[in-house]
Design a protein around this ligand. Structure first.
Ligand SMILES: Cc1cc2nc3c(=O)[nH]c(=O)nc-3n(C[C@H](O)[C@H](O)[C@H](O)COP(=O)(O)OP(=O)(O)OC[C@H]3O[C@@H](n4cnc5c(N)ncnc54)[C@H](O)[C@@H]3O)c2cc1C
Length: 510
């Protein structure tokens, strides 16, 4: 008997899972003992349709147009080979690549410039309380990568059977089981930290190695093949390395640009974080269902085409219900923001990035744009978060933060700033047009507090790789991987790309 999926089963907010499973069996005229379980649950908040929508996995060989096959994915089988594979970066891409390789008998050596979670958390808290930035241990760099201080959203737009395996591994390493079924799984920064540590310990238990405070500083490439990686200035001979450096390592990007590695510019987005009342959002989203314990903190997705000529959109990104806005800088005298939350998502503010896409004509132009906006922000507020009220931003007025009812969550504090001036005029104008509509559609009359800028949304470049071998098209043995190489956007897709690269290394090496 095979497992199949039955989608689009609607149930009221208060209906039990058992009742839903019974409904699924009945819909297919199967006996009440047929094995089944909830595969996915999402919430439809449209007024006339307010309900949970379920997909149920059910054991049956029935041929029925409402059924589709259960997606399966088998981990690669151990090969018995013990080859050493250096992996640069211990974010989601590097973590999952290392775990698969270790499980298959390889010896991954993870090279991570930042520090382990415990020390990293101290470094970040010091910085957020007004202390010095540690340029090697911060929100971008260190164990777990950029996502460690995050909302821990595990949603993705990619449709890949490896996604479920990533969720299962998250659960295996300590995440709550519910992430297997929720359409918008999230675990918060608190749970993510222990998952990351447990995964690292398993990699080491299986024979891998993780070297913190070790930075890839250069590469030796001869005749189109990788020969050495240079770590903290010391050469290590290798004909193989996975480059999973994330999108925050500007110095590493600049080092790669000096090498014969073929890359192309990639569009990315810049903007700011908006914060507003979570309670007001819950009321507006849930209407008469407000306060129902089966509903968590409400979220939203906003998108609006502001430039009819190019079709460019202003959109919300990485919405963090009940979260906080964080200082995500990794360079001295530069400032960039992001958002994170705890598993409970019980903070008083909701926040989200509001972004406009940009299309630099070269990689240099993209890096320079990010750097200029981050420098403008630092200079405008001297290390505090440049902030405005939503209304002042729309009217191009000097903001009066003292009268803003939204309490800032950004550490070490905010400073009133005309945030539009941080961006090129064309970007500021698009952000204003978009935010006017966001205010109307999402916030209504609710006040908001804006902290700028958000610049590290995705990589400004792509390192081209061969579609068959997944190696760099110009350097044999070099495997660009994850978000920093331009092949993922977010925790889940980066983890999936890490798995894909590990599978390919196993294939190429056998
Ligand atoms: C505050 C914040 C919140 C976020 N929230 C979410 C969210 O809720 N959901 C989501 O899907 N995504 C979120 N993201 C994005 C997500 O974190 C990234 O998409 C994801 O981490 C990318 O994974 P990666 O492994 O490709 O790179 P990264 O996670 O960036 O990891 C790269 C690692 O490489 C290391 N490194 C870089 N250069 C070198 C070098 N030269 N030598 C050695 N090591 C190096 C870095 O220190 C880093 O640890 C968030 C990001 C931030 C900053």
């Amino acid at each position: 008997m095979s497992m199949q999926l039955l989608s689009d089963l609607r149930a009221s907010i208060n209906e039990t899972e058992d009742a839903v499973l019974q409904k699924a069996r009945k819909a297919l005229s199967l006996s009440k003992d047929t094995a089944c379980f909830v595969y996915r649950r999402s919430l439809d908040t449209r007024k006339d349709k307010f309900s949970f929508v379920y997909t149920v996995a059910i054991e049956t060989d029935l041929q029925n147009s409402r059924l589709r096959p259960f997606p399966t994915y088998e981990l690669p089988t151990p090969t018995g080979r013990s080859k050493t594979v250096p992996i640069i970066g211990f974010g989601p891409a590097g973590m999952f690549c290392a775990w698969i390789l270790a499980r298959c008998g390889y010896k991954p050596i993870v090279i991570e410039r930042g520090r382990p979670i415990k020390q990293r958390v101290n470094d970040v808290n010091t910085f957020w309380s007004g202390g010095e930035l540690n340029p090697e241990s911060n929100v971008q760099f260190g164990e777990g990568g950029a996502g460690t201080f995050s909302d821990g959203k595990l949603t993705t737009r990619i449709n890949d059977p490896r996604c479920r395996k990533v969720l299962e591994l998250f659960v295996h390493f300590g995440a709550p089981k519910e992430i297997l079924t929720l359409a918008k799984p999230h675990i918060g920064t608190d749970m993510l930290r222990s998952v990351v540590t447990n995964l690292r310990e398993d990699v080491i238990r299986m024979g891998g190695e993780v070297r913190f405070e070790t930075k890839l500083t250069d590469l030796t490439i001869q005749n189109g093949s990788l020969r050495q990686i240079i770590l903290n200035g010391e050469p290590m001979d290798t004909d193989l390395a996975v480059l999973a450096i994330g999108n925050g390592a500007v110095d590493t990007y600049r080092m790669l640009l000096e090498q014969p590695i073929v890359m192309e510019p990639k569009p990315f987005s810049i903007g700011f974080r908006t914060e507003h009342s979570q309670d007001a959002l819950n009321r507006r989203t849930y209407g008469s269902f407000y306060g129902n314990p089966n509903l968590g903190a409400a979220d939203y997705l906003f998108s609006n085409v502001t430039d009819k000529r190019t079709g460019e959109a202003v959109y919300s990104f990485c919405m963090c219900p009940g979260g906080q806005v964080v200082n995500a800088s990794s360079l001295p005298n530069r400032l960039t923001t992001n958002g994170m939350s705890q598993y409970a998502r019980n903070g008083e503010n909701a926040n989200a990035a509001i972004l406009a896409s940009v299309h630099p004509s070269s990689i240099e132009e993209g890096l320079e744009l990010q750097s200029t906006v981050e420098r403008n922000a630092w200079n405008a507020a001297r290390g505090l978060g440049p902030a405005s009220t939503g209304y002042a931003f729309l009217r191009k007025e000097a903001p009066d933060l003292a009268t803003c009812p939204i309490r800032a969550t950004f550490g070490p504090g905010i400073a009133p700033t005309e945030i539009g001036a941080l961006f090129p005029d064309s970007v500021a104008n698009r952000l204003r047009d978009g935010y006017a509509l966001f205010q109307k559609r999402i916030l209504g009359d609710e006040p908001s507090l804006l902290t700028a800028p958000e610049t590290r949304t995705s990589a400004p470049l792509r390192i081209l790789r061969d579609p068959e071998t997944l190696q760099s098209i110009s350097v044999r043995g070099l495997y660009p991987c994850g978000e920093g190489a331009g092949y993922a956007g977010g925790i889940m897709s980066s983890a999936v790309d890490g798995i894909r690269i590990a599978e390919q290394i196993i294939r190429n090496e056998s």
